[in-house]
Design a protein around this ligand. Sequence first.
Ligand code: HEC
Ligand code: HEC
Length: 256
Amino acid sequence: MPRCCRPLLLAAAALVLSRSAVAQRRFPPDSFTNLKVLPKNIDQRTLLATMRGFAMALGVRCAYCHVAPREDAPLDSIDFAKDDKRTKRAARVMLDMVHHINDEHLADVPERPTPKVEVRCVTCHRGVARPRLLDDELALTLADSGLEAVARRYRDLRQRYYGSGSYDFREIVLTEVARSEARAGRLDNAIGLLNLNAEFNPTSAQIPAALGDVMLQKGDTAAAIAQYRTAVGRDSTFGLARMRLRQLTGGPGRRP
Ligand code: HEC
Ligand code: HEC
């Protein structure tokens, strides 16, 4: 070989080597080598449909559970058989749990009505990887990081998930978190949460009524009366708010 061309040839060989080292696994793989819960003889289509189901149920991509160079890495660069990610190992526990629930616990339900309701990943997860309910999420954020953080968190979740069914954004949820703060004597938190709630539900009668209760607890009768008046003004059939008004003023809560 002429001297001049050796470096070129070496460079070309190195290129070929590095390309094959980076990726070029086949996707989908012809066989699965590390199934511990799913049946070992599962066919390719069923396995992939199951995996897509996992991703949908948790609102994540394949790389959430599988070792990959990046989150949006091409499928043929992912080593699906590896168990290095905690989330993949957690998903195995979940698979096992779902089998137990369906095959053992639910099978024992007395006179189980048909057609049966079966539990799936999405039954609990609803598009969220750690399926915490909204009230728990808010109470936790409040305890950890305070009122401003909880308002940011609520706006964030609402923006991202409204309409998806992942979280329950009905006004009652925030009102109940506020009431539980009031019961614990944290009145400023309760007022902050109710004001936040009112931003998204400007015609609610329940929210001013709940604010009225907090004002009473605070000993601010005038503010309480104003809130109950707003509540009754928005819903003239609101018995509880009318009753409170009657108790506090002896008057205008009465039906016309
Ligand atoms: C929530 C976690 C999770 C997500 C998301 C997920 N997988 Fe999996 N995947 C698993 C688990 C757990 C196993 C092993 C199951 C077992 O041990 O029986 C597995 C196994 C596999 C296997 C078989 C590997 C082998 O050779 O043993 C392939 C292929 C695979 N997944 C592809 C995908 C693809 C493609 C996606 C995205 C559409 C995906 N997975 C999303 C958890 C997940
Ligand atoms: C009975 C309700 C329920 C069902 C059904 C369920 N999960 Fe979970 N899953 C949970 C809960 C609750 C957590 C959070 C546990 C914690 O971190 O405290 C969780 C956590 C996880 C995690 C870890 C998430 C993280 O980031 O820490 C993965 C992965 C997961 N589940 C996958 C699945 C898959 C896949 C299925 C279906 C095979 C499934 N789950 C079915 C309730 C459920």
